[in-house]
Design a protein around this ligand. Sequence first.
Ligand SMILES: Nc1ncnc2c1ncn2[C@@H]1O[C@H](COP(=O)(O)OP(=O)(O)O)[C@@H](O)[C@H]1O
Ligand SMILES: [Mg+2]
Length: 396
Amino acid sequence: MVKEPLGGPRVAERLQVLVIDDDATDRMAIRRHLLSAALNSDVHEADTGAAGIALLRERRFDCVFVDYRLPDMEGTSLLQVFYDIANDQMPAPFVMLTGQGGEEVMAEALRWGAHDYIVKDHITGPSVLIALSKAREIFDLKRARHSAEDKLRQAQKMDAVGQLTSGIAHDFNNLLTVILGNTRMMRRRLAEIPPAQGMAIAPKVDAVESAAQRGADLVRHLMVFSRQQELKSATVDIGAALAHTVTLLERTLGKGINLVLTAEQGMRPVHVDATLLENAVINVSVNARDAMPQGGTLTISARPVVFNDISHVLISIADTGTGMPEHVRERIFEPFFTTKPAGEGTGLGLAMVYGFIRQTGGHIEVDSEAGRGTTFRIYLPQAREPLTNKEVNHAT
Ligand SMILES: Nc1ncnc2c1ncn2[C@@H]1O[C@H](COP(=O)(O)OP(=O)(O)O)[C@@H](O)[C@H]1O
Ligand SMILES: [Mg+2]
């Protein structure tokens, strides 16, 4: 994930290299070759596997050279330990340093997740630099593939959950319609008999009805998530719609939260269900409020962008709250996923937002890190005609 750092563009970062080898001559050689290549790098050294692992736990490296035979462990075991620590996320590019003629060793090193190797007798300037860049390249390729696979898995999971939810919501909706229809009939009957006679039964009918009504609300949320809700789409001026939503939010969010709205004027309209859109923005904003218990700033902005070659309006909703760790961020759109205490969160807010945006032909993404706030970005395809030309189009 590439991110613009807060304080403007970052100064070119120095390459962080770690050499784990008990042989001081090898460590020196690698250091010397990197420095003489005028690579802007910091070279860290460890002379045992344990010391190397300690450093690897501490910080991120751009490349790690590991001796195959360390005094306290084999290089492959070190790789294994580190892949375990990193939880199967590929932690860094690894170059294995192997003895002469050990082709089996090299193959084994690659199998254990090294990205390249150097035969120890050939620690020369070119071999170090080639191994370094090759390992980094392979590492980047593998990481890109991992993240594409992750995305696919995530999309498949959401589809499966969507299908399941859709079936359940549909059947429940039918059942609740029967229950609510019958409570209505019972009410009508109660109105026809003397109140004294109905007294015992009336509160029970009320209880059934309000429970069924709550169930129906829940089912409606699920239907929005599984894209079965009928959309009442109209041509909507996003700037005006957001301005209206913000007036509602000002009351909901409370004093501690500084609400900023910046919407570009004269954007082409969007074909969208205005009520559901307002609902979506409120849902995301209320989550933002919950993430800023000490107060903070909520910035809602809208501007035109080109996304997947199509003109969209981008609505972004950014907070300065707690942010989310990755294991939370991955799951926020799943129905019933919540980190809030029982009774406070249903876990349906973002599931609804997700379903609605997808049904509208839009796209939603989130950018968040623990301790660094959260930004939701909602892309909605723009209608073809500009708002101001509407009458002209109708006339022709
Ligand atoms: N702006 C945010 N900052 C931090 N965490 C968030 C934010 N928005 C959503 N989340 C996380 O996503 C979860 C799911 O959100 P949602 O679907 O609205 O359900 P709920 O609000 O009922 O928990 C929340 O419980 C929270 O952990
Ligand atoms: Mg919520």
